[in-house]
Structures are given as structure tokens and as C-alpha cells.
Write a protein that binds this ligand. Structure first.
Ligand SMILES: NC(=O)c1ccc[n+]([C@@H]2O[C@H](COP(=O)([O-])OP(=O)(O)OC[C@H]3O[C@@H](n4cnc5c(N)ncnc54)[C@H](OP(=O)(O)O)[C@@H]3O)[C@@H](O)[C@H]2O)c1
Length: 338
């Protein structure tokens, strides 16, 4: 294939050492196609999307990205240009999320990616490339959380379900999906001014972070939640575990507040509560395909037009900063062709 001489556009983050510290800055560059990572499948992207992990990668977080210059972007959707693997052929519409994309492999903030064939998922027939990135890793993760809660017996008649970080990416999709499935959703947010947005996408009730964490250090708090999806960790997760109803479950998928939390054994042995870990990066290919298929059909997320907004490379840096500062709202789709 004769693509080695061609250039493609990518948002590349570079590291500059200033005195004792490193400063990270991103800019749109033209890169030779020959610099794409080795991989079986070359994909021309239509869209990427922004996630919390991208904001970390763009800001030099070594836990996400070890070395720079680097092209972030853990999500991508587009069309296969060339495949060395018979499972994919030129023209296939595909999604790539998770694995190492955008972490230590060049990611989706670019016009092209080249990845191992095992990372690639067929775009469900009932979904567009744009819709897939309105959901992205945030949508996949929210759906995996809902899936785990349902597997653990959560049903709409059992009581209220709490979603933390509700105006964020995972939070917004979780609120909309749970609302669609008939749950009474309580959205917990640091942005009470976004009450109308949260109610419009499916929340029945909107409460502050303080209201969830109220109750101090007691080993058991008032039992309020039949289930919960938590993106915060830290004191928030600790309070949720202590506030679950008998046999209730919390799906823990994030750490925007803190990566540690403390808990006593009492909620587990006196209320039989469940703490469920959720990972979207290394789930099996079969599970990944199943969840995307559900999102295209019976779990089609409502209100995506209110949740997701399309941005261009010019707006990327400001949007990544907003995510890192907790100012983000809903989902941002990157139109890599604009
Ligand atoms: N396990 C996985 O596979 C997986 C996949 C995707 C994401 N994640 C994790 O999930 C988390 C959320 O990701 P995202 O893409 O949804 O991020 P996001 O769009 O930036 O949303 C995060 C939201 O969390 C809330 N928040 C911010 N700081 C907070 C704090 N100190 N305490 C409590 N809430 C706070 C804010 O919403 P409010 O103002 O409404 O409270 C913010 O909008 C991140 O930790 C991310 O790494 C994990």
C-alpha cells in the first residue's frame, strides 16, 4: 500500500522541560503516515471523543502515557482503509475504544489510526459513526455498569439509583440509560445549576455531592440507594457503600475525587451490599461487541442530542482543560475531518 509518503493531521502533545518541571502542550501537526504504530488495520477516522483519561494524557499523567510526544484519544470511529487481517476489509465501518489506544499507542485525535485487528469492533448496523462517538468509552462504561447492576439483581421496583458525576460523560449516559430502563434516578452533581439538564436527560431527583456524603464517619448511614454508579471514588464511594439498601449494589468505575476509599466491613455483613468493579479497557471482545449491540438496539440511549456536542481540533485543548477541572458537561465528539 502506498501511504508512507502521505501526511495526516493529528493533535500531538509534547513535553518541554522548564526548570525542574515538565510542561505539556498540544497542537495540530502534520505527521507522516509511516510514523503510525505497527498494526493490522489502518482506519481513516470520522470521529473521536473526549474522555477523562484523554485529559490526563494531554496533561502529562505518566500513569496513562509514559512518553511524549504523543497523540491522545482513547476512542475512534471510522472506515477501514486496509487490513492485513481477513476479519476486516476496506470500507468496513468500525469502532475502536480502550485497549492501549491513546494511552501508549497513538490515539484517535487524528485522521488515521493503525491498530491490532483484535481491537476493532464492527459498527452495529443500527448505529452511525457519529452516534458511536457520542457514546464512546463513557457510554460503553455506563452500559457496563448498568449491566453489572442488573446481573446483581437490581430492578426498578427496588428503589432509587444514584449516579455520581452526573453531568460528566459517564454520568450523563448512565442517567439517560437508567431513566430509559424505568429506574428512579437520583443525579448527584457539583453543578446544581445544571438541574434542568439532568432532569431533561432522565433524572427524577438532583442532589448535591454534600447531600450524598452527609452523615460523617458512621459505619452505616441511612439506607437510601437500591443501586449506584460511582465515578468519584474517595469519600463519595465510602458514603455510598454505607448508604445502600439491604442487598444493594454500587458499580465503581472512576476516581475523579480520589483513587482510595475507606470502608468498614459492616455494610457488607449487616446489609449484604455489593461493591462491583467495572473496567471498559480490557473486557473481552465478545462482551464489548454485546454491549455495543445493546447500545444500538434495546439500550439505545435517549437524549444524545442534549448530551453530546461536536467540536473541532481548535476547541480540543480548552475542552480537555474543562474536563480536568471538573467543568465538563455531557460528551464532546471530535470531528477529525473539520
Ligand atoms: N473503569 C473504566 O473503564 C472507565 C471508563 C471511563 C471512565 N472512567 C473513569 O470515570 C471517571 C469519569 O470519567 P468521565 O469521562 O465521565 O469524566 P468527565 O466527563 O470529566 O466527568 C466527571 C464528572 O465527575 C464530577 N466530579 C469532578 N470532580 C469531582 C469530585 N472531586 N468529586 C465528585 N465528583 C466530581 C463532575 O460532575 P458533577 O459536577 O456533575 O459532579 C465531572 O463532570 C474518571 O475517573 C474516568 O477515569 C473509567
Amino acid at each position: 500500500m502506498q501511504v508512507d509518503q502521505t501526511l495526516y493531521r493529528a493533535f500531538e502533545v509534547s513535553e518541554r522541560v522548564e526548570g525542574a518541571k515538565s510542561v505539556f502542550a498540544g497542537r495540530l501537526v502534520q505527521k507522516p503516515m509511516a510514523e503510525l504504530p505497527a498494526g493490522d488495520v489502518l482506519i481513516q477516522l470520522a470521529f473521536s471523543s473526549l474522555n477523562y483519561k484523554d485529559a490526563l494524557s494531554a496533561n502529562g499523567n505518566r500513569g496513562v502515557t509514559r512518553s511524549y510526544p504523543h497523540v491522545p484519544g482513547i476512542d475512534a470511529s471510522g472506515t477501514v482503509v486496509h487490513s492485513a487481517d481477513p476479519r476486516w476489509k476496506t470500507g468496513d465501518a468500525v469502532i475502536v475504544t480502550g485497549h492501549d489506544l491513546g494511552m501508549n499507542s497513538a490515539g484517535g485525535f487524528a485522521e488515521y489510526i493503525q491498530v491490532p485487528a483484535d481491537w476493532v469492533v464492527s459498527l452495529p448496523r443500527q448505529m452511525t459513526l457519529l452516534q458511536s462517538m457520542a457514546l464512546g468509552t463513557a457510554g460503553l462504561t455506563a452500559a457496563l455498569c448498568v449491566d453489572k447492576l442488573l446481573q446483581n439483581g437490581l430492578a426498578p421496583d427496588q428503589g432509587d439509583v444514584l449516579v455520581t458525576g452526573a453531568t460528566g460523560g459517564v454520568g450523563s449516559i448512565a442517567v439517560a440509560l437508567l431513566g430509559k430502563l424505568g429506574f428512579d434516578v437520583t443525579a448527584c452533581t457539583g453543578k446544581l445549576q445544571e438541574r434542568d439538564y439532568l432532569q431533561a436527560i432522565g433524572a427524577r431527583q438532583v442532589i448535591s455531592r454534600e447531600e450524598v456524603m452527609n452523615g460523617g464517619a458512621k459505619p452505616l448511614l441511612n439506607a437510601r440507594w437500591a443501586g449506584a454508579i460511582d465515578v468519584a471514588g474517595g469519600g463519595m464511594l465510602s458514603a455510598i457503600v454505607r448508604s445502600l439498601l439491604y442487598s444493594g449494589s454500587v458499580a465503581s468505575c472512576g476516581l475523579v475525587s480520589a483513587p482510595e476509599f475507606s470502608a468498614s466491613i459492616y455494610p457488607f455483613i449487616l446489609r449484604g451490599v455489593n461493591l462491583l468493579g467495572v473496567d471498559s479497557v480490557n473486557i473481552s471482545h465478545a462482551k464489548r461487541c454485546d454491549i455495543w449491540q445493546s447500545l444500538a438496539c434495546e439500550w439505545q440511549v435517549p437524549h444524545l442530542e442534549k448530551i453530546a456536542k461536536i467540536i473541532t481540533f481548535n476547541e480540543l485543548e480548552a475542552e480537555l482543560d474543562a474536563i480536568l477541572e471538573g467543568r465538563g458537561k455531557g460528551r464532546r465528539i471530535l470531528d477529525v475531518c473539520a
